[in-house]
Design a protein around this ligand. Structure first.
Ligand code: IVH
Length: 754
């Protein structure tokens, strides 16, 4: 055992030395910070148990340092301390327990809780209110002078107080904070990199660090860095008593103070807030890797002192790491209903935040090319919240030359049809609507619950039917007969009977369900319901889509010659040209009520410098399109993109065939006559909340069948809130507004008049 420990200590030490060199000297880390921390922790634990094996040059003795050559060195006025880590509630409780033992018995401990920003520490010195120096943490005692670079960051005040009428700043103030990229600024930086054909940056924190260590501050200025300030390191003439007061003072002076800090009167209060913080993590504009918990009373914090480099009065509560590195072993390709190809990374299994990940999304081939991800690469994987894990990018520094480029296939891996990439699209598509994989995916959706809801048609059955050539599209299921099915392996009499019976029953599904099952992009049950409310039949909907398509074609005939020599390199013009090319989504909805269409178009299209005749022609061409699309655009809740999707779906030749087959098979093609069972609820508006004895949609239909209206939010116009079991905030709101809350039984009694 001890031999093993000695060997492991040696191995860890060597690995850590290597990673320190990669990170600090080469600025090319091979693993994530969390992976580095895990190695270091393992080493520290082993060294604590077996101190006799600790090497003289153990990396655990080396204080993290970000010192770089080429910068003047600055001695900090007080040590720039680090923080000990806690990983769970128990760690926090034992931290408080240890602290209590160092404080007078019964001392009350209050805390300030704030996000732990995943950036790099910065120390700002202000003399007589003027920023005179900015330094990195360095080794905690000596840092790099990066004043010129920091001065380019807009959130760092060059003079305090920022507001002329605020109380004056102390004659000397040394403040500490964090420099980082907001998530959107980092994404923007990467878009710019990609536009220039340069590799994307993988890690925001390292990139922020690199940005701050530029030799030329004009380079730093090009990066949109932000600074958040959270502590006072030293000052002249300030008597601060608490963390709370410190943050208030920093804010008053005009600093961008770490946001959402809160005071908690006890550790229990802190612990109660942890889940909400974890849930908020992804929604924050910057990356955080945990929370910082500080004893609020500065006298108490001072009394607690420092252990090593960590003040006892503060601790970092670390969230589970969301990123890890692993090896990209291979790729699998999926083809979806629409024909879209999705490459998925096959990974050497890696543990991220409590889950083993062995597949991750690569988004699309454009992204693979932009990030220059190669087979065999070490890659950084991110797994956060409910999002499917995805590949952030390659660790280029870890390449050994054996990696091979990834190219999109030229042909569909399932049906061998040549793939296409529509102009401007990032995705590659299989254009063959009869591709076995596309049919399988389409069928899976078609028979699913909420769509045609066909029992007994699981993925295996669907695959078997497609493989046997019995089904070439989703409509074919209605022409299945018993004999050929009975010949298939695993299809016994009973199974076949049941399957055919559930297929037959599906013909009577409601019109909205049939619309949903078509699988039009963005048209789920809710929108299908809206469509069915506005169009009595499939035929009406088809006719509208056809009329729109015809008007679009006519409009395109007018637009195309006009744009032949338009200046597409001007971005304003390019946007307008794109709009003219998608008139149903981008023009028609804007002008539904326009009385002066030519004048409006003239104003919109000014950057294109079109002649008066051209504008008149465009207006004349747009008018019929506006009229044709009005029935769709007028549906409340149906946005322009969905309208365009509907038109595209119904205009497709393959879809037309499928619809004809469905119709011939006797599938419902029109809305039911509105059966008005009664009008006792006429004029009353209901809001439903909590769980009821029947699905919400059924209760809604019941109310509507008796002339009532159901809306989703409680307002003054609501007549009744119907509360089922565990009602939500809607019931609370009703109480506030003084609106009657009734039970489901009371609703039924209103209808029956009991
Ligand atoms: S307080 C003695 N507050 O996390 C006070 N640090 O892992 C120590 N950090 O070196 C720092 N957000 O660079 C504090 N709200 C915050 C922070 C924060 C990020 C960094 C800081 C520190 C590191 C420790």
């Amino acid at each position: 055992m001890t031999e093993k420990a000695a060997a492991r200590i040696a191995e860890l030490s060597e690995q850590l030395h290597h990673h320190i060199y990669q990170y600090h000297v080469l600025n090319a880390p091979l693993i994530t910070d969390a992976e580095y921390d895990a190695l270091l922790r393992e080493l520290q634990t082993l060294e604590a148990r077996y101190p006799q094996f600790a090497l003289a040059d153990s990396p655990s003795q080396r204080v993290g340092s970000d010192l770089a050559v080429g910068f003047d060195k600055v001695r900090h006025p007080a040590p720039i301390l680090s923080l000990a880590n806690a990983f769970d509630e128990a760690d926090l409780r034992s931290w408080e327990e240890r602290n209590r033992r160092l404080l007078p018995a019964g001392a009350s401990l209050g805390y300030v809780l704030q996000p732990k920003l995943d950036g790099l520490a910065i120390v700002l010195t202000y003399e007589d209110g003027v920023l005179t120096r900015a330094a990195t943490r360095g080794n905690g005692e000596i840092g790099d002078d990066v004043t010129a670079n920091v001065k380019t960051i807009p959130t760092v005040p060059l003079r305090i107080p920022v507001a002329a009428d605020a109380a004056p700043a102390p004659s000397r103030l040394v403040a500490r904070g964090e420099i980082l990229f907001h998530k959107d600024s980092f994404a923007q930086l990467n878009r710019e990199q990609q536009a220039q054909g340069l590799p994307a940056y993988i890690n925001a924190r390292n990139t922020a660090s690199g940005s701050l260590k530029q030799k030329d501050s004009r380079e730093t200025a090009k990066r949109q860095l932000s600074a958040y300030i959270y502590a006072v390191v030293a000052s002249a003439g300030l008597e601060l008593e608490s963390e709370k007061q410190t943050l208030l003072l920093l804010r008053r002076l005009g600093f961008n103070v770490v946001s959402d800090a809160s005071y908690c009167a006890s550790l229990d209060e802190v612990i109660a807030q942890l889940p909400a913080w974890e849930a908020r993590r992804d929604a924050l504009p910057y990356e955080i890797d945990g929370l910082v918990l500080k004893v609020d009373d500065l006298a108490q914090a001072r009394a607690l002192g420092v252990v090593g480099k960590d003040p006892r009065g503060a601790i970092a509560y670390k969230f589970a790491a969301e990123e890890a590195t692993t090896k990209l072993l291979g790729l699998t390709i999926g083809v979806g209903r629409s024909g879209k190809l999705t490459p998925t990374a096959q990974l050497e299994p890696v543990f991220i935040g409590g889950v083993t990940v062995s597949n991750a999304s690569l988004h699309n081939y454009d992204q693979v090319a932009a990030l220059d991800i190669r087979l065999g690469d070490r890659v950084v994987i991110k797994r956060s919240g409910d999002v499917i894990p995805y590949v952030i990018g390659p660790v280029s520094a870890a390449r050994d030359g054996s990696e091979t480029p990834i190219l999109p296939p030229a042909h569909c891996p399932f049906c061998n049809t040549a793939l296409i990439q529509p102009a401007g699209a990032v995705d590659v598509f299989c254009p063959n609507p009869r591709c076995s994989e596309r049919v399988l995916r389409t069928l899976e959706f078609f028979v699913s619950r909420g769509a045609m809801d066909i029992e007994g048609m699981g993925p295996q059955t669907a695959s078997a039917l497609i493989a046997a050539g019995l089904i070439k599209d989703e409509a074919d299921i209605f022409s299945l007969s018993a004999e050929p099915l009975l010949e298939l392996e695993g299809f016994a009499e009973k199974k076949v009977q049941n399957l055919l019976a559930s297929i037959a029953a599906a013909k009577a599904r409601s019109f909205p369900q049939v619309l949903t099952s078509l699988g039009i992009d963005g048209i789920g049950a809710t929108v299908a319901g809206l469509l069915a409310g506005a169009f009595a039949s499939m035929q009406d909907l088809q006719a509208t889509a056809a009329a729109i398509r015809q008007a679009e074609a006519h409009f395109a005939d007018i637009v195309t010659p006009l744009l032949a020599d338009a200046a597409a390199d001007d971005p304003a013009a390019a946007t307008l040209i794109a709009r003219l090319q998608q008139p149903t989504a981008a023009l028609a909805p804007r002008y539904l009520e326009a009385a002066d269409l030519p004048a409006r178009l003239q104003r919109l299209l000014r950057p294109l410098q079109l002649s008066a005749e051209a504008i008149t022609a465009l207006a004349a061409g747009l008018k019929p399109l506006i009229e044709a699309s009005r029935p769709l655009h007028n549906i409340d809740g149906l946005g322009p993109v969905l309208v365009a999707n509907i038109v595209a779906w119904f205009s497709d030749a393959h879809h037309k065939q499928v619809l004809a087959k469905l119709k011939a098979a006797g599938v419902t093609m029109r809305a039911e006559e509105k059966k008005q069972a009664g009008s006792v609820l006429q004029g009353a508006t209901f809001v439903l909340t909590g769980s009821m004895s029947a699905p919400r949609a059924e209760v809604k239909a019941l109310v509507e069948a008796h002339g009532g209206k159901v809306t989703s939010s409680v307002s003054k116009r609501t007549s009744y809130v119907v509360a089922g079991a565990s009602p939500g905030s809607k019931a609370e709101r009703a109480t506030k507004l003084g609106i009657a809350i009734i039970s489901e039984e009371q609703l039924r009694a209103l209808i029956t008049g009991d």
